[in-house]
Design a protein around this ligand. Structure first.
Ligand SMILES: [Zn+2]
Length: 489
């Protein structure tokens, strides 16, 4: 039985949309490639036709809605594969700490979260993702203090029309059991597993163009037992399409901790807990060695590369070039706003590109490779490669358009507008159009309300109201917290 706290799912889109005269269309499809003067025809929630505007068949020349793509780059909506949307209310905190110290500073603040504050926090992250070109996102919620439930995040996703892959996380091993989280913020394992199954049976939709699929994700090897890892893997595998996701090999501290606690390296750990199959994807993987990368490639295990978080927390630079060369699937993740302070998928793609060159190789990562990671790499991590990450007939109608003409950030970049998306430095707020599941969610740069009720999509989303709520919750969450945890210099 769906909880009213999760909001109302939006009905599937009905009608047709024609985007024509697109200056540059980067389809991410191997056969279609990049097309100049392109058009995309959408029927209901599926892409029906893609090609040059001049070749548009006569019967597709009219549509319920016609959008001009002149002066725009259009591409598939990007896919974010690692986030903690509950963290948006606590940006710019614990500014100068490594991962474990950072976590210990923030756990007491997060323990004050409520259903209402998590709802607003999730909306903030989603708004920022949408305005940076993301149309599908996972969200790893692993703390459930007070009245917080996963349902609150689903309501936020529905309010903005995001295609959502929530991960029901959890922490069970507090300090008294050798973990790093305070005992006060962990849950009992039977309760975690019961709520995981409730979320699956209530919300998981394994249909082809599903707007919501569940994953399970005990927080990390530092906060849960082997038993919970194994139990959650076995639970997920009872339900087709439910995947597994957590953190792995994030920094040097992780290597030391995993070895001290278990005598393992990461490759041995994931095999011991049965998280070594193609239904798993892991965030970070900064410290995977060559044989572990081989294991990932052989088993089809995915990586969510989170460059902002990895640099902000001084974790290191993930060996993305080596991963790609060894055949590992890599997608991108914005991580939580406590460690990246932003939820811009475009900024992550840009930083991913730059970091692979920082060691001295100008070909460390190409623009087109980075865009592929942001689209098809992400879709593969979520098990959606058949319908997401490409603009091609039969794929989901998830398309974004960046206006480069007349924009300061792109002026003078006409030689390669597709590359300008990453080589120039826009951050958020650069998306002019975003369509998800055939619905317009960003119209001429403005977020639209997407709640399932009458008139959804016709009204602008209340950005000012959301930001005011976020500022209020930020004050509540941080009141009385020591200056050292706030990260002030
Ligand atoms: Zn994370």
């Amino acid at each position: 039985m769906a909880s009213p706290r999760a909001g109302v799912p939006r009905p599937a889109a009905k009608g047709t949309i024609l985007i024509r005269d697109i200056s540059h269309l980067a389809t991410q499809n191997d056969a279609l490639g990049e097309i100049a003067d392109a058009a995309v025809f959408i029927r209901d929630n599926v892409i029906e036709w893609v090609g040059k505007t001049a070749d548009l068949p006569a019967d597709l020349a009219a549509a319920d809605r016609v959008i001009s793509g002149k002066g725009h780059v259009f591409m598939p909506g990007m896919v974010n594969t690692h986030a903690h949307m509950f963290q948006s209310l606590n940006r710019c905190m614990a500014q100068d700490q490594l991962l474990h110290g950072w976590l210990k500073s923030l756990y007491p603040v997060w323990s004050r979260l409520t259903a209402d504050s998590v709802f607003t926090s999730t909306q903030v992250a989603i708004a920022e993702l949408l305005l940076s070109g993301c149309t599908t996102s996972s969200d790893h919620l692993y703390m459930f203090p007070n009245d917080v439930t996963l349902d609150d995040t689903i309501r936020a996703a529905r309010s903005l029309g995001l295609r959502f892959h929530p991960v029901r996380g959890g922490m069970s091993a507090g300090v008294s059991k050798g973990g790093i989280a305070p005992d006060a913020v962990v849950e009992e394992e039977p309760a975690i597993l019961a709520d995981m199954e409730r979320c699956i049976t209530t919300y998981h939709d394994n249909s082809k163009f599903s707007m919501l699929r569940m994953s399970l994700g005990p927080s990390s090897q530092k906060t849960v037992t082997h038993d919970l890892m194994i139990s959650s893997a076995r639970l997920a595998r009872k339900y087709p399409g439910v995947r597994l996701h957590t953190h792995l090999a994030e920094n040097e501290e992780d290597i030391v901790y995993t070895h001290k606690m278990y005598g393992y390296r990461f490759g041995e750990y994931i095999q011991a807990v049965e998280w070594d199959k193609c239904d798993c994807w892991f965030a970070h993987c900064v410290k995977l060695n060559e044989s572990e990368r081989s294991l990932f490639a052989q088993r089809g295990i995915g990586v969510a590369h989170c460059p902002s978080s990895n640099t902000r927390l001084a974790s290191g630079i993930a060996p993305v070039r080596a991963m790609l060369d060894q055949g590992v699937n890599v997608g991108l993740g914005v991580d939580g706003a406590c460690s990246s302070d932003a939820a811009s998928i475009l900024a992550e793609a840009r930083l991913a590109l730059l970091l692979q060159r920082a060691g001295g190789d100008p070909r460390g990562l190409g623009v087109r490779e980075a865009l592929r990671m942001a689209t098809r790499g992400g879709a593969a991590n979520l098990g959606r490669a058949e319908v997401l990450g490409q603009v091609a007939p039969g794929f989901a109608a998830d398309v974004v358009g960046f206006q480069y003409e007349g924009k300061v950030a792109y002026a003078g970049a006409g030689v390669d507008p597709v590359a300008s998306l990453l080589l120039c430095a826009p951050t958020s707020g650069v998306v002019n159009w975003s369509i998800i599941d055939g619905h317009v969610v960003v119209r001429e740069g403005v977020l639209m309300a997407a709640d399932g009720g009458e008139g959804a999509g016709e009204q602008e989303f209340d950005v000012a109201g959301m930001c005011a709520a976020a500022d209020r919750f930020c004050k509540e969450l941080t009141a009385g917290v020591a200056e050292s945890a706030l990260g002030k210099q």
